[in-house]
Ligand binder design. Structure first.
Ligand SMILES: [Fe+2]
Length: 208
């Protein structure tokens, strides 16, 4: 099997256990930062250390704990901001279901996964997904916030359950027993994934 050109780095980036990510093409060193959170300097340090040219700043959704560092990253790198316009007004690149982003010799695919927020997206490349606050290790995002929609979140999670079991999950917060997992692990261990129907999911998510 061909080795992936895209590499991902996980960065613990706030007192709220946020994760930022840096994805880059190992051959061309073109990069994309995801959710700078409150510690954008940590991303900038990795970008500098590795000699990466940052093409894109991606946001999984519009909550402040994920996007607080956007301005610092944009100012220091000249990257283009890519996000779903329902969550982030006037991004440089509008993301939607099926958007494909070129990064060096790799491709990042966008899934629109509303529920936690209406503009939540997941970034997918090879067998890896960056899930923001839609899916955490052993949990899922809240559905009781302004703009949340528990039915949409259930539907989004059903789509993720159909991904190959070896798909690696990179969540938006460090809330689980491990920093990453796989779809196969979540199918066995995540109570929200295991809900057999919308009714049981709604009860667990909103009342559990
Ligand atoms: Fe959030």
């Amino acid at each position: 099997m061909k080795k992936s050109e895209l590499k991902i780095m996980q960065i613990h980036a706030s007192e709220m256990d946020n994760f930022s990510y840096l994805i880059y093409c190992q051959e061309t060193l073109r990069g994309a930062a995801i959710d700078p959170s409150m510690r954008p300097e940590l991303l900038l340090k990795e970008i500098d250390n590795r000699g990466i040219k940052l093409d894109l700043l991606l946001n999984t959704h519009g909550h402040a704990d994920h996007i607080a560092g956007n301005a610092v990253i944009l100012e220091h790198t000249g990257a283009k901001l890519a996000a779903h316009p329902v969550d982030i007004t006037n991004p440089d690149i509008v993301l939607a279901e099926g958007t494909r982003l070129e990064l060096g010799k790799g491709i990042i695919d966008v899934m629109h996964t509303p529920g936690h927020t209406p503009g939540s997206v997941i970034f997918k490349f090879d067998h890896q997904i960056v899930t923001g606050d839609t899916l955490f290790v052993s949990r899922c995002g809240r559905a009781d916030l302004p703009g949340s929609d528990v039915v949409a979140l259930y539907d989004s999670l059903q789509r993720l359950k159909k991904l190959p079991e070896d798909t690696v999950v990179y969540p938006g917060h460090d809330y689980g027993p491990t920093a990453t997992s796989t779809i196969g692990w979540e199918l066995k261990n995540n109570d929200y994934f295991k809900c057999p129907d919308l009714q049981s999911f709604t009860k667990l998510r909103l009342e559990g």
